[in-house]
Design a protein around this ligand. Sequence first.
Ligand SMILES: [Zn+2]
Length: 482
Amino acid sequence: MAARLLDLNRRTAVAAAATALIVSLVGQPIAHGVVANRSAAPSTYRSALSRPHHDSVYPGKGSTSVDALQYSLDLTWDDFDRELTGDASILFRAAKDESRLTLDLGTALHVSSVTLDNLAVPTKHPGNKLVIETGDLAESSKHYLDVSYHGVPRAARAPTRRSDVPAAGFTTRRSDQVWALQEPYGAFTWYPVNDQPADKAYYDITFHTRKDWRGMTGGKLVSDKVVGEQRVTRFRQDAPAASYLVALGIGPYREHSDVGPHGLPITYWVRHSDRKFLPQLRRTPHMLRWLEKRLGPYPFASAGVIVEPMASAEETQTMVTMGTSVLRQPYGRQDLLHEFAHSWYGDTVTPQDWRDLWLNESFATYIQLRWEVAHYGGSMRHVRHFLARYDQRLRNEYGPPGDYHANDFAELNVYYCGARMLDRLHQKIGNRAMWRLLRRWPQRHHYATVTRAEWIRFVNHQTGHDYSHFIRHWLMAKRSPK
Ligand SMILES: [Zn+2]
C-alpha cells in the first residue's frame, strides 16, 4: 500500500544526502450459459480461478461461497449530487454447493434490482453485506449476477492509525473529484465485491462522467469518447486483480504517454495543476528496466501512474496510484520505485490472507533498499545497522511482522522487520541464490495467491536447506532476532 512518513528517525544510513528513507506502504473456457449481450470478456478465466477463504485478520470481509471471475461495471458519477449509479455484472463460480451467496456492498448504496442468470432473486442488505437467495447452486457451476444500485458512497474506516490513510474506499474531496485507497478493503464502498485478496478476477469498467473529466482505473483504455454532455471511458484489465488493487480516479485528468522496456505502453494520468510531477513520473521506464534486470519481465501488458490529490500511494495493478503529498517529498521517487516493485510482489503474486502482508511489503521494501544503495550511495552494512536499530521497537509497537495487530494494518513492522529477514537470508545464501529466489517466486506464481507455507517450501526447495524455523522465527518472534 501507500507511502507513509516514518515517525521514527527517517534519515537513512544509505546516503548522506539522503533523502529520507521511506517505505511505501505506502482453463477451461467458461460457458456463458443463458446470458447474452455481455460485455467483451476474456476467452478463458483459468487465471481467475481462486481459493476464497475466511481471512484470519479481517474475517468480516469477503465470502467463501463466491469465486468471482469477472466484474463488468458500468458506473455513472454525478459530481453535483455526489451520487454513484452502478450496474455490476459479475461472472462467478460457486465455490461450494450453496443456496445463498454473500458479497460485500456498502450500506450507503441502495440496491434496486438483482438477477441471477437473468431471473430476479430475493436479496437482503444487512450491514455492508448483500445476501442473495440463489436457490441450489452446484460447486463450480458458473453464473452471472447482475446488480443495479445507486447512492452517495461513503468511505469506510481504515484499520490503521496511519495518518496518511484516513479512510478506505470511495473518497471525495471538496471539488467532488474521486479516488480510492482500498487496502486491505474498500472496494465494497463502490461496487458489490468479494472484498478479499484471495479472490482475483478480471475487470471491465465503464465510467460516465461530466465531459471535461474522466473516470480512470487500471488496464487498457478501450475507449474514450464524449457522448452528449458526458464523457465515457472504458478500461479492461488483461490479467486478474485482487479487489484491493483496483485503481479508481474521477476528475479532470489528462493523458501523457511514455514507452517502457520492450515497447511497454506507459500512461501517466495527471491533472493540469499537477503537471510539475511529470519529470518524476518519467523516471518510470528506467525504474522498470532496473527492476526487470533483477526480477524478470514486467508481468503485465501495460503500466502507468495516476496522480491523485491525497497523502499516500498504492500499487494498484498496472496503474500505480500516487498522492500529490508523496510526490512533493524528496523521497517521492523512491516511493514510486517501491510501488512498481509491487508489480512483482503484491500484484502478480498476492498473499491469500492479510496475515501475510509481509509477502508484499517486506519484499518491496527490500528491493527499494537495494535500489537506494545502487542509486544514492551508502552500503547494505549501513542499511543493516538502520534496520537492526528499529526492529525491536517496531515489534513492540505493532506486533511481529507475521502476526501484526489487526488495527495496525501496514505499519512499519511488515516493511522493515521482514526486509531485515530477507537481508539476513541474502547473507546466508549469497547474492546469486538470493536474486534467483526473488526472480523465480513471482514467475512460478503468476497471477496467483499464495500462503506463507508455500513461500517456506519454495525457499527450502530452491536452496536445498531447511529454513523453516529461521523464517517462522523472524516472522513471529516478539523479541528481535539476533
Ligand atoms: Zn508497499
